[in-house]
Structure formats: C-alpha cells, structure tokens
Design a protein around this ligand. Structure first.
Ligand code: ADP
Length: 176
C-alpha cells in the first residue's frame, strides 16, 4: 500500500521526520509530496525543500521525496497512493485538517485519510517556530536534522549579509 504525506516542508523538522518514520512503518511505500509553490512567502525554494527532505529521510528505505503542484488528491491518484497521511498537533491543527480531510474525501472518495498524532516532544514544533528560533540565533539542535540546521544558519547568514534581514526582532521582547 502506497501512502502520500503532503506538505510545504519549509523546512522539514523533527516533527515531520517522526510522522514520516511512523507512517513508513505502516505502509509499503511512503511518498513525501513537497508542494511546489511560489517561494515568495517561504524561506526555501522547492528544490531546497526537496533536497533537505531527502537528506533528512535518507535512513528510511521505503520513503521517497517528490514535488507536486495542484490538487493533492489528484497527485495521490496519479502516483497510485490510496492513503493520505497528515500529522496532528494539539487542537490547533484539528479544525483545518478535519475540513481538508472531508473536502478531499468528497473529491476522492477512494482515498483514505490517516492522521497521526504528534509525539509529545514535538507537539509545539512548527517550521515557523523553527525558523524564528534560528533567525534569532537560538539553539535548534534536537528540533531539526543536521542538514536543516546547517541550511537555516547559512540562509539567515546570507540574508543578514545582503541586508534582507535587518536586526532580528526578539520573539519575546522585554520592555524596560
Ligand atoms: P502544510 O502547509 O501542508 O500544513 P507543513 O509542512 O506545515 O505543511 O506540515 C505538513 C504536515 O505535517 C501537516 O499535516 C502538519 O500538521 C504536520 N506537522 C507539522 N508539524 C508537526 C509536528 N510537530 N508534529 C506532527 N505533525 C506535524
């Protein structure tokens, strides 16, 4: 049975890797679908997001990373995936994932939706929070695979040098 785990993965982090590893144990093959979208609001372009996912998941032999555009269910059909995997964090993800799952079910009734609960240690982790911590020079070891940590440091260094990222604004700013 082939399953598709779709997402933006900007960039992939340990919460994603945990879901991918657990899904890979459930299905014969897991395809990580990296959504090919305009890099405008993203930190990494599609090729970089794919490369980081590949490097982060290289230890899982039945996992491959591909990029796709358009409807996720259309892509699932195209590659013969009968299951869509998503990760669920706390309450915040539920409403959106529920709406997406029901909508996709309407569009593709033959595809099943499997939501895997986040592991407690990654319940708070998102790509946005990871980027924010890294941007402000915080320690991201334990939050993302080594190649992602290196790519984040390099990207922010490059942005700072080119003036694209002015003085960082602290996540929690202390007022005098
Ligand atoms: P999208 O833009 O499709 O939400 P993301 O890259 O943000 O793409 O997330 C892809 C999937 O991984 C989503 O199902 C999301 O809920 C899940 N996910 C993200 N972070 C975590 C985490 N810390 N634990 C478990 N699942 C997660």
């Amino acid at each position: 049975m082939r399953a598709l785990y779709p997402g933006t993965f900007d960039p992939i982090h340990n919460g994603h890797v945990d879901i991918a590893a657990r899904a890979a144990a459930l299905f014969d093959e897991l395809v990580i679908g990296v959504y090919d979208t305009s890099p405008k609001s993203l930190l990494f372009d599609t090729a970089q997001r794919v490369a980081l996912a590949e490097q982060s998941l290289a230890h899982l032999p039945n996992v491959r990373v591909v990029t796709y555009r358009g409807l996720t269910v259309a892509f699932a059909r195209e590659i013969g995936a009968s299951v869509l995997v998503r990760g669920l964090r706390a309450i915040s993800d539920f409403e959106f994932e529920f709406q997406m799952a029901l909508t996709n079910k309407k569009l593709a009734p033959e595809i099943e939706f499997v939501s895997l609960m986040t592991s407690l240690e990654y319940a708070y982790l998102s790509s946005s929070i990871l980027k924010e911590i890294s941007r402000l020079g915080g320690d991201i070891s334990g939050l993302a695979p080594a190649p992602v940590q290196a790519a984040l440091r390099a990207r922010f260094e490059e942005m700072r040098r080119s003036g694209a990222d002015p003085l960082p604004v602290p996540l929690i700013s202390g007022r005098d």
